[in-house]
Design a protein around this ligand. Structure first.
Ligand SMILES: [Zn+2]
Length: 119
């Protein structure tokens, strides 16, 4: 907030980017399929996804579903989710996690969500 931003070395900037991603990491992901919450997941590098701050993904330990969470601007998250769904084809379920970790189905055109996940 208001602090002068110095341009660091590439290493410093990379460390800052990692710290930023880590700060966005949810405590847990929730599988949209079986609602299992799990905390073993990875930050996925997503360079070039405009408006997306971070992407996290892991596999549900219960049913094996891949769970991907996008963090960023609501519109960018919605677009990324739709693009991902298209890429993955039928059977991919879109949803997002509310702040308390509950899973909410995602509807394109619905109210913007601050983060989204694909199951
Ligand atoms: Zn599951």
């Amino acid at each position: 907030m208001g602090e002068a931003k110095k341009r660091g070395t590439p290493e410093e900037r990379a460390a800052q980017a990692r710290a930023r991603v880590e700060s966005l990491r949810p405590a847990q992901l929730v599988g949209g399929n079986c609602k299992t919450a799990f905390s073993q997941f990875e930050a996925i590098p997503a360079p070039g996804l405009q408006g997306i701050d971070a992407v996290f993904g892991g596999q549900c330990p219960n049913c094996g579903n891949d769970v991907i969470v996008f963090k960023g601007e609501p519109n960018a998250v919605a677009e990324a989710m739709i693009a991902y769904e298209r890429m993955m084809g039928e059977g991919t379920r879109l949803g997002y996690q509310a702040a308390d970790g509950t899973h909410v189905p995602f509807e394109p055109g619905g109210p913007g969500t601050p983060e989204g996940s694909v199951h």
